[in-house]
Design a protein around this ligand. Structure first.
Ligand code: T1G
Length: 680
């Protein structure tokens, strides 16, 4: 955990706690003892602290939060480092995040490599730097720079840190320790950050909060961060540290931080495939084929091009191919126009793209992804052709968003090579990919799919085969409930507002307007069996036709639609339904608790490996607000008993197709957790 070595008169203290040198209890105790012993060891003139492996430290041990932590706490440890009578130098490489950077701030000087990542990401966990970071960072780099780093949670490079004075000098990784030792040896006395005071015009804090109002709305941590930094400019360090600890204590006990810590571990757990051998040999993917140059095919291709992986994109007609290629270029150029890509990077990505009308251009691809029309016959035809074209060992993936990967695989003689890679639109932006394992998908094909998704910067989740996999299957009861409530008397805005109030970017009706009311429509305007049929028959297919459940202006801003309302009322009248008052509680039951219930079924059917995977799907695929953890975590905060009780009270309204998940009912009755014994 903590190793020390004396280099003549300089003591080297090494934090060695793989994988990220988290500052857990034993590390803190070891560091405390090393610093304390050095105070009385006459052989020691100065101290250097560094991290073993690839980094200084990834911060406090997040698994300790919410539990009683052993002494010394991290704040006390950092204070002890700063109080050292002998100079302490931090030798920083790789990563110094959260408590890791706070330990470095307690040191009297800091030396880093230029490409080190230094940051205080606590705000992303619903916290604030709780070991002196909010008090010391402003004293080192000034209030405004500190506000930016602490409230954004974004790291900066060692080079940048040297520019703004957070780091005293830069060193090459190979000579970092030696330079830190000689630098420490030359020091006469400690330089304590706490001795410095910093002042700031109070207006800075109001202005900062106002500038970031939209980003921090509804979140506890950012405003607490601002308060703590303000305290640094108004109070002596001791009182400022007390203020910081009080604010931290509130946040760490709050539901938002619990949710964000749940998300942190959920996203890492999602990368794991239960039962998969750790050393499984992956297939190498050096060249990707994409069939279909439409919105999805183009977006999917961009993910690989941006990761430096060549793509052969195939279409049936030149015009469609050209349109697809030019759309990819336009998307890159739009990103470059925002300064997030250079022109060279655009050209490099485009140079990796090979458009073709020839299906056999896919013959040398290691992975081929089909992204064509959502129709089983079309997909089976393509997979049959792929079976005869793709090289042996190539992985054959469908981007289908609902259909059975098992049935698609039957069109080939190699079902073991077939899987689903369900990207979410826009595919080059949305992080979620559902990696669908067919009944015969080979283990290494699944593992390769997961690994590749992460390689291109996605958040992959394993899904079994069912209609709609994890996310889209859960959308179905939500949308059905929403539309039924319109027929029964609710307005689109009333239904959608319940989701928006929770923090979703939009509700189910605005979402179907975006995706297309005509998705899955039988296209027969004379066949009116639902409100959706009636809207589709009237050409109200959603945003793409200027209106669906809502009307849309030229900026695609929604407004209540008299035309849609008339269609709903006519359908209601013809169905002989008298409109009634619909409460928000009923809307919660039929759109949100219905999602939870379907998620519980997906869990008990083994379609999802774990409840936290279902949360990750909604966080990264549908914009579920991270500070509430995802639908399954949120439901447990609401209380499963309340969820089940409410669903039971609206049982008749939930329609004949509804059934309560036995797992959900059991957890509610027995006080269990959807997350198993460990709980969320
Ligand atoms: N505590 C506990 N476990 C951690 C951890 C941490 N801080 N960081 C990572 N892990 C685990 C992670 O769950 C995974 O476990 C393994 O390490 C590898 O992680 C008082 C309050 C450092 C950039 O927010 O950003 O300090 O899945 O897959 O991609 O003010 O981990 O293998 O079982 O992410 O190489 C603030 C969080 C804490 C940084 C490395 N620090 N970590 O990325 O590995 S709060 C953070 C990261 C704090 C103080 C406050 C990344 C990384 P498993 P990984 P990676």
């Amino acid at each position: 955990m903590i190793k020390t070595q004396l280099h003549d008169d300089v003591l080297e203290v090494v934090i060695d706690n793989p994988p990220v040198n988290a500052l857990g209890a034993r590390v803190r105790q070891g560091l405390w003892a090393a610093i304390a012993d050095a105070q009385t060891d006459t052989a020691v003139k100065a101290i250097v602290i560094r991290g073993a492996g690839k980094l200084l430290s990834g911060g406090a041990d997040i698994t300790e939060f919410g539990k009683t932590t052993a002494e010394p706490g991290l704040p006390e440890l950092v204070d002890a480092i700063e109080a050292s009578a002998k100079p302490v130098v931090a030798a920083i490489h790789g990563i110094a995040l959260g408590g890791g950077l706070e330990v470095a701030l307690g040191c009297h000087y800091r030396i880093a490599t230029a490409n080190t990542k230094l940051g205080l990401p606590e705000v992303t966990l619903g916290l604030l730097p709780g070991a002196g970071g909010t008090q010391r960072l402003p004293r080192v780099i000034g209030v405004e720079a500190a506000l930016d780093m602490i409230v954004s949670g974004s790291p900066i490079s060692g080079k940048r840190a040297a520019d703004i004075g957070l780091v005293d000098r830069l060193a090459e990784e190979g000579t970092l320790l030696a330079e830190a030792i000689s630098f420490a040896r030359a020091l006469d006395a400690p330089r304590r950050t706490g001795d410095v005071s910093v002042s700031a015009d109070p207006a800075i804090f109001e202005a900062f909060a106002a500038q970031n109002a939209r980003k921090i709305a509804g979140l506890d941590a950012p405003s607490a961060c601002i308060k703590a930094v303000r305290a640094a400019s108004e109070l002596p360090i001791g009182q400022g540290l007390e203020k910081e600890r009080a604010l931290f204590a509130e946040l760490v006990a709050g539901t938002q931080s619990k949710a964000l810590r749940h998300v942190f571990f959920a996203e890492r757990a999602a990368a794991k495939i239960d039962g998969m051998p750790k050393d499984i040999a992956m297939r190498s993917i050096d060249k990707v084929g994409v069939i279909g140059a439409g919105t999805m095919g183009g977006g999917i291709s961009m993910n690989f091009l941006s990761a430096g992986i060549p793509v052969t994109i195939v279409e049936m007609a030149q015009e469609a191919l050209d349109r697809g290629v030019s759309t990819i270029r336009k998307n890159y150029e739009a990103t470059a126009a925002k300064g997030r890509l250079t022109a060279d990077q655009v050209e490099k990505a485009m140079s990796l793209l090979t458009p073709s009308l020839a299906f056999d251009a896919l013959a040398d691809c290691d992975l081929v992804i089909e992204a064509v029309y959502e129709n089983m016959d079309v997909k089976k035809d393509i997979f049959a052709r792929l079976d005869g074209t793709a090289k042996p060992g190539a992985m054959l993936a469908s981007n289908t968003s609902y259909l059975s990967v098992d049935e698609i695989a039957t069109a080939t003689k190699r079902p073991q090579d077939v899987l689903g890679l369900h990207f979410f639109s826009p595919a080059n932006i949305m992080k979620l990919v559902e990696v669908v394992r067919g009944a015969e998908t080979a283990p290494e094909v699944l593992a390769t799919g997961m690994d590749l998704a992460r390689r291109i910067g996605k958040a992959p989740v394993v899904s079994g085969v069912c209609y709609g996999f994890i996310g889209n299957r859960m959308l179905t009861p939500r949308l059905d409930g929403a539309i039924e409530m319109l027929v029964e008397g609710a307005t689109p805005d009333q239904v959608d507002q319940v989701s928006v109030a929770l923090g979703m970017p939009m509700g189910p009706l605005q979402m179907i307007d975006l995706a297309g009311v005509d998705i899955g429509w039988h296209r027969d305007p004379t066949r009116i069996e639902s409100v959706r049929d009636a809207l589709n028959a009237a050409g109200r297919w959603g945003q793409k036709t200027g209106g669906g459940f809502y009307d849309y202006d030229e900026k695609r801003r929604p407004s209540a639609s008299a035309a849609a309302q008339a269609i709903v009322e006519q359908f209601r009248t013809e169905a002989g339904i008298a409109p009634r008052e619909i409460t928000d509680e009923e809307i919660v039951a039929r759109t949100l608790y219905a999602i939870v219930n379907e998620g519980a079924k997906i869990l008990e059917e083994g379609i999802a490996q774990r409840a936290s995977d279902i949360d990750v799907v909604w966080l990264n695929g549908y914009g579920w607000p991270r500070h509430t953890g995802g639908p399954m975590f949120w439901a447990e905060q609401v209380g499963l008993e309340k969820v089940v009780d409410t669903l039971n009270r609206y049982r008749d309204r939930l329609g004949p197709g509804f059934s309560l998940s036995p797992l959900l009912a059991q957890c509610a009755a027995q006080g269990g957790s959807l997350f198993g014994d460990a709980g969320a």
